[in-house]
Design a protein around this ligand. Structure first.
Ligand code: ADP
Ligand code: MG
Length: 324
């Protein structure tokens, strides 16, 4: 069982940041409004994610650590209309097969908290009582301890941590309602507080993208209920500035979207330096397949040409220097 899971892990668990991504998405799926992330040595030594989400019933802990044990696909229709962030049901099993993972959880309706851990060649799960508040904590210790080939590809502590930081910036700009904190080697590095109003939204964007970005960027908003785009663009950004895109609230690096944005900038302001943008596309979920790419950064639009041109026009319009 461990081997099969390790093979699956090859697809989703590339580096510490990919572990953090899967775990944070699980917390968000569980309705968490507070997520605390602790990293030691770039995530190589420790990744700990604590949330205040729905928790996992004692009886489901073992299942959560097995492959294809997703609780998120109830009917075939769900496949058509996926709103939760993950549904493949193999992240925990995969991560567990290449680390020492423990899962502690307490749903609000359950009296006590329990901790599960899968060990050995057959990944036998043991469950024992633990002290834990409502919610879930997942601890991933010694990532890749048993897969030397993967371990060899880990970069420096600082580089791996930067990947995690960057990932969380993207998430912070997709879930303004959730408070997220990030510690590295015991030191608080980021604190994204929950956003209550428009002013807080701007603050969080500034916190992630930089005050300069926000000061110079133009705001854009275009479209209707079926298809719309909003966000900030800066035609002549500096290379360090953000290039973030979201589809229905999920972060994406989709080729078609990026192409449309780049083309718009090229047409309006050729020879500029690299543009910066934070853009949110909202589209009828039936018009898009989100699970095309295993790492889930790409989507497939049913009407690709239409979407491309919609983004192109919207960004062009906003990037156009105003003629006075
Ligand atoms: P998936 O998210 O694709 O369903 P995972 O392997 O990531 O599969 O998680 C397996 C299951 O464990 C989930 O379906 C969910 O029921 C449960 N789970 C994982 N993390 C959490 C969490 N932080 N809070 C509540 N439930 C969780
Ligand atoms: Mg998941």
């Amino acid at each position: 069982a461990r081997l099969a899971n390790q093979i699956a892990a090859g697809e989703v668990v590339e580096r510490p940041a990919s572990v953090v991504k899967e775990l944070v998405e699980n917390s968000l799926d569980a309705g968490a409004t507070r997520i605390q992330i602790d990293i030691e040595r770039g995530g190589h030594k420790l990744i700990r994610i604590r949330d205040n989400g729905s928790g996992i019933d004692k009886g489901e802990l073992t299942l959560a650590l097995s492959r294809h044990a997703t609780s998120k696909l109830k009917t075939l229709d769900d496949l058509e209309n996926i709103c939760s962030l993950g549904f493949r049901g193999e992240a925990l099993a995969s991560i567990s097969s290449v680390s020492r993972l423990s899962l502690s959880s307490k749903p609000a309706h359950q009296e006590d908290a329990w901790q599960a851990q899968a060990e050995g060649r057959d990944m036998a799960v043991t469950v024992k009582p633990v002290a834990h508040p409502n919610g879930t904590t997942i601890e991933v210790v010694d990532l890749f301890f048993n897969t030397p080939a993967r371990r060899k590809f880990l970069r420096t502590e600082k580089t791996e941590f930067n990947h995690i930081d960057e990932l969380l910036k993207r998430i912070a700009l997709s879930r303004f309602d959730v408070s997220i904190s990030l510690k590295h080697n015991g030191k608080m590095v980021r604190q994204y507080r929950p956003v209550q109003n428009e002013n807080d939204t701007i603050k969080r964007v500034a916190q992630v993208a930089g005050k300069d970005f926000l000061a110079h960027a133009s705001f854009l908003e275009s479209g209707d209920e079926q298809l719309n785009i909003h966000g900030w663009i800066l035609p002549s950004g500096m290379a360090t500035e953000p290039q973030y895109t979201y589809v229905n609230g999920r972060m994406m690096r989709d080729k078609l979207i990026l192409h449309a944005i780049r083309q718009a900038f090229e047409e309006v302001c050729p020879n500029q330096s690299i543009p910066a943008f934070v853009l949110y596309l909202t589209i009828d979920p039936r018009q898009v397949d989100v699970n095309v790419h295993p790492a889930k950064h790409e989507v497939r639009f049913h009407q690709a040409r239409l979407i491309h041109d919609f983004i192109l026009q919207a960004v062009k319009q906003a990037a156009e220097p105003t003629i006075t």
